[in-house]
Design a protein around this ligand. Structure first.
Ligand code: FAD
Ligand code: NAD
Length: 465
C-alpha cells in the first residue's frame, strides 16, 4: 500500500482520541485516527457505558426483588421476579453497538479518516498499521498518543479462566453464584454492587483499611453500609494470596494475619489500571515518563516536539471526561489556538449505591493546601425529594474559603445524584462563593436543594434543618 500522510495523527479512538480527532476535523485539520479495536475505546466498549447499563439493570431488578419480598415501602408488590441475563447483556451490547456507530459517524462527518489496525511507531512522525488490506505507513506533522489504559493483573492471581477483569465481567453469560471481588475501588464496587443486586453472593477483598480509600471516610461510609445491607461480605486490610488447591477458591490473608478461603465461581480482579505504553514501539521515541505514564505539560505536550499524549496514558485521574477535555484542547492547539490546561476541577462520580460525586477539594485536602476553611453538610433526610424517592441516605457537603467564601470543593453521597456533578463543577469553575449558591433559586422538589441548603448551612441560616 502507498504511504499516506496527514497533518494530525491520533493513535487510539477512545474518548480522548475520538474527541481530539472530531474537534481537529471541525477546525479543518487533515486528520487520521488509528484504532486497533472498535471506536469508542475502553469507555464505550468495556467501561463507562456497559457498566452503567448493567448497574441500571441491576437497580431495576432489585426493585422488583424487594417488592416480591414484601420490602417495598411504596406499597408495590410483585411475584416471581426473574432475570433473563442473556437479554440484559444483549440490551447492553445493543447500546454499545449504537454508540460505536455514532462515533464512527461523527468521525466521518468531521472528515476524519479512520484506519483500523494496531499502530506501531517507526519514529516520532511515522507509524505503520497492520490493516486488513495490508501494512499502511502513515506520516504526520503532529501525533497524539491516546492509547488509554489496561487492567493491572496480580502476579499471584493472573487473569485466566474464572479469574477475570472488568472486560470479562461485563460479558459474562450468567450471574455467578459466588463472586469474589479483589479491590474495593471504583470498578470493584460498581460491578460488585450490580452483581449482588442481580443475585450473586459477593465478597470484596480490599487491601486498605476501608473500602474506596481514594475517598474520605465520610463519603465512603454510606456505600459500605449499603453493601452490608445487600449482604456483601467485606474483608478490609486483606490480601489476596492466590488460588487455593481446589483451583477455584481464593486464599486470603485477613487483617489479623489469619488465612481464609473464599469459594468463588468468578474472581474479579480490580486493583487499578495502568497506562497502555507497551507493544507499539513507544520506546523508540524515548519520551520522558512520569512513573508508568507519559509525562506531559499543561498543553499535553510530551518531551518530543510535535508529539502529544492525552487521556489514561498520561495517568490519573483516569476519567473519560478528562480525556475528552484534553483531546479537545490539543486539537485547538494543533490548529494554532492559544490553549493551556486551566481547569479548576475535574468532577468524579462513583456509580455505587448510593452514588458519590466529588468536585474540587475535600476538607482535608483544602486544609493540607493551607486554606482556612468553612465546611458543613446537609443531609438528604431533610430533603423532600429524597424522601419522596424513598432514599434519604447521604448528604451534600460544601467546602469554602473562610476569608472570601469562594467554593473550594463540593461533595455528595446519595441515590441517583450523579447529575448534580454538573452544578458542582460549574460552581467551582465559575468561582462561585457561598453567597452565589445561596442567592440562586434551586427548583423544588429536587435533590439539588441539598446543595443550596448546604451553602446556607455554612452561612449559618439553613432553612430546612
Ligand atoms: P481508552 O478509552 O482506553 O481508549 C484507548 C484506545 O486506544 C482503545 O480503543 C485501544 O484499542 C486503542 N489503542 C491502544 N493502543 C493502540 C495502538 N497501538 N494502535 C491503535 N489503537 C490503539 N470513566 C469515567 O469517567 N466514568 C465512568 O463511569 C467510568 N467507568 C469505567 C468503568 C470501567 C469498567 C472501566 C474499565 C473504566 C471506566 N472509566 C470511567 C474510565 C474510562 O473508561 C477511561 O478513563 C477512558 O476510557 C479513557 O479514555 P482514553 O481515550 O484515554 O483511552
Ligand atoms: P481503583 O484505584 O479505583 O481501586 C483499586 C482498589 O484496589 C483500591 O481500593 C486499592 O486499595 C485496592 N487494591 C490494590 N491492590 C490490591 C490487592 N493486591 N489486594 C486487594 N486490594 C487491592 O481502581 P479500579 O477500580 O481498578 O479502577 C481503575 C480506574 O478506572 C479508576 O482509578 C478510575 O480512574 C477509572 N474508573 C472510573 C469510574 C468512574 O468514574 N465511575 C468507574 C470505573 C473505573
Amino acid at each position: 500500500m502507498d504511504d499516506i500522510s496527514c497533518k494530525l495523527l491520533v493513535i487510539g479512538a477512545g474518548p480522548g482520541g475520538y474527541t481530539c480527532a472530531i474537534r481537529a476535523g471541525q477546525l479543518g485539520i487533515d486528520t487520521i485516527i488509528v484504532e486497533a479495536e472498535k471506536p469508542g475505546g475502553t469507555c464505550l466498549n468495556v467501561g463507562c457505558i456497559p457498566s452503567k447499563a448493567l448497574i441500571h439493570a441491576a437497580d431495576e431488578y432489585e426493585t422488583v426483588v424487594q417488592a416480591a419480598a414484601g420490602w417495598n415501602l411504596l406499597g408495590i408488590s410483585a411475584s416471581k421476579p426473574a432475570l433473563d441475563f442473556a437479554r440484559t447483556i444483549a440490551w447492553k451490547d445493543g447500546i454499545v453497538a449504537r454508540l460505536n456507530g455514532g462515533v464512527t459517524g461523527l468521525l466521518k462527518k468531521a472528515r476524519v479518516r479512520l484506519v483500523g489496525g494496531r499502530a506501531q511507531f517507526r519514529d516520532g512522525k511515522t507509524i505503520a498499521v497492520e490493516t486488513r488490506a495490508g501494512s499502511q505507513v502513515i506520516h504526520a506533522e503532529a501525533v497524539v498518543i491516546a492509547t488509554g489504559s489496561e487492567a493491572i493483573a496480580l502476579s499471584s492471581l493472573p487473569f485466566k479462566g474464572h479469574v477475570i477483569s472488568s472486560t470479562e465481567a461485563l460479558a459474562l453469560t450468567s450471574v455467578p453464584r459466588k463472586l469474589v471481588v479483589v479491590g474495593g475501588g471504583y470498578i470493584g464496587l460498581e460491578l460488585g454492587t450490580a452483581f449482588a443486586k442481580m443475585g450473586a453472593a459477593v465478597s470484596v477483598v480490599e487491601a486498605e483499611a476501608r473500602l474506596l480509600p481514594h475517598y474520605d471516610a465520610e463519603l465512603s461510609e454510606p456505600v459500605t453500609r449499603r453493601l452490608a445491607e445487600l449482604g456483601v461480605t467485606i474483608l478490609t486490610g486483606a490480601k489476596a494470596k492466590g488460588l487455593a488447591s481446589d483451583g477455584t477458591s481464593l486464599m486470603v490473608e485477613t487483617a489479623d494475619a489469619q488465612s481464609a478461603t473464599l469459594a468463588a465461581d468468578s474472581i474479579l480482579v480490580t486493583v487499578g489500571r495502568k497506562p497502555a505504553t507497551s507493544g507499539f514501539g513507544l520506546e523508540l521515541l524515548d519520551l520522558d515518563m512520569n512513573g508508568r505514564s507519559i509525562a506531559i505539560d499543561d498543553r499535553c505536550r510530551t518531551s518530543m516536539h510535535g508529539v502529544y499524549a492525552i487521556g489514561d496514558v498520561t495517568g490519573e485521574p483516569m476519567l473519560a471526561h478528562r480525556a475528552m477535555a484534553q483531546g479537545e484542547m490539543v486539537a485547538e492547539i494543533v490548529a494554532g489556538q492559544k490553549r493551556a490546561w486551566d481547569k479548576v476541577c475535574i468532577s468524579a462520580i462513583c456509580f455505587t449505591d448510593p452514588e458519590i460525586v466529588t468536585a474540587g477539594l475535600s476538607p482535608e485536602e483544602a486544609r493540607k493546601k493551607g486554606f482556612a476553611i468553612k465546611t458543613d453538610t446537609f443531609p438528604f433526610r431533610a430533603n423532600g425529594r429524597a424522601l419522596a424517592l424513598g432514599r434519604e441516605d447521604g448528604f451534600v457537603r460544601v467546602v469554602a474559603r473562610t476569608d472570601n467564601h469562594a467554593l473550594l470543593g463540593i461533595q455528595a453521597v446519595g441515590a441517583g445524584i450523579a447529575e448534580l456533578s454538573a452544578a458542582f463543577s460549574l460552581a467551582i469553575e465559575m468561582g462561585a462563593r457561598l453567597e452565589d449558591i445561596a442567592a440562586t433559586i434551586h427548583a423544588h422538589p429536587t435533590q439539588s436543594e441539598g446543595f443550596h441548603e448546604a451553602a446556607l448551612k455554612v452561612l449559618g441560616h439553613a432553612i430546612h434543618i
